[in-house]
Design a protein around this ligand. Structure first.
Ligand code: URA
Length: 237
């Protein structure tokens, strides 16, 4: 299973490296598929490669990457254990924001990466990744540090690490939010360690949870009216 996921992820990476589906490929040095193990429990999704990433072919290896690495380490996570990628896989020229058509053209790659890795939690880094992964959920200022469940996926939106480089006060917010992430992970571990419910008399033992799913059945906030109709239920807790 694990090597199947590793192989499947490698195939996605190969497709990304030769992709010419949007104009971003014209100016790139190389595409930046993502780094980390296919079995990662945690995935982090940023906006798009910057200059250093374009040169080195790895995500978050510039100044924002240093902030991300430190934030992960501050809660005892090793960067190498996390799968890190971006909404768009090629650098937008001059580090401009990715355009909607570019994000759309690239979106099937991110969908495939999430589907293969099936992480327990997806850290959403910044507003572009938030708009792509949780359309209609709300803005980053209201959602940062909170758990958001949509469908069978758990997300935690965070301010983009680069924002802390420009606005020092956001570093504190990011550090606080990372501590919350640590708490969510510890809670999930505790749930995982709980013994499986005993078999009902004459019945089958309940199947143990295949993977961590921190899904609260009780949304504490209603689905935002702006959520696109037909989307999965969104709950915040
Ligand atoms: N580096 C990345 O890979 N992504 C970002 O969003 C910013 C810097």
């Amino acid at each position: 299973m694990q090597s199947g996921a590793t192989d499947a992820l490698a195939v996605v990476h190969e497709h990304i490296l030769v992709c010419t589906d949007c104009p971003l490929h014209l100016k790139r040095i190389q595409a930046v598929p993502g780094t980390g193990p296919a079995g990662a429990r945690i995935m982090a999704v940023g906006e798009g490669p910057g200059e250093t990433e374009d040169r080195l072919g790895r995500p978050f290896v510039g100044a924002a990457g240093n902030v991300l690495t430190k934030l992960l380490e501050s809660i005892g996570l090793r960067r190498d254990d996390i799968y890190i990628t971006n909404v768009v896989k090629c650098r937008p020229p001059g580090n401009r924001d990715p355009e909607p058509a570019e994000m759309e053209a690239c979106s099937h790659f991110l969908d495939a990466q999430i589907e293969i890795i099936r992480p327990d939690v997806i850290l959403i880094l910044g507003r572009h990744a938030l708009a792509r992964l949780l359309p209609g959920a709300g803005g980053i200022s209201g959602l940062h540090g909170r758990r958001v469940v949509r469908g069978d996926r758990l997300y935690v939106p965070l301010y983009h690490p680069a924002a802390a480089l420009y606005q020092g006060s956001l570093m504190r917010t990011l550090e606080d939010d990372m501590r919350k992430v640590r708490g969510y992970l510890d809670e999930a571990d505790a749930r995982r360690r709980q013994p499986a419910p005993a078999a009902a008399p004459g019945g089958q033992a309940a199947a143990s949870e295949p993977a961590l799913r921190l899904v609260s059945p009780d949304p504490i906030e209603p689905v935002p009216p702006s959520a696109p109709p037909g989307r999965d239920q969104l709950s915040l807790f």
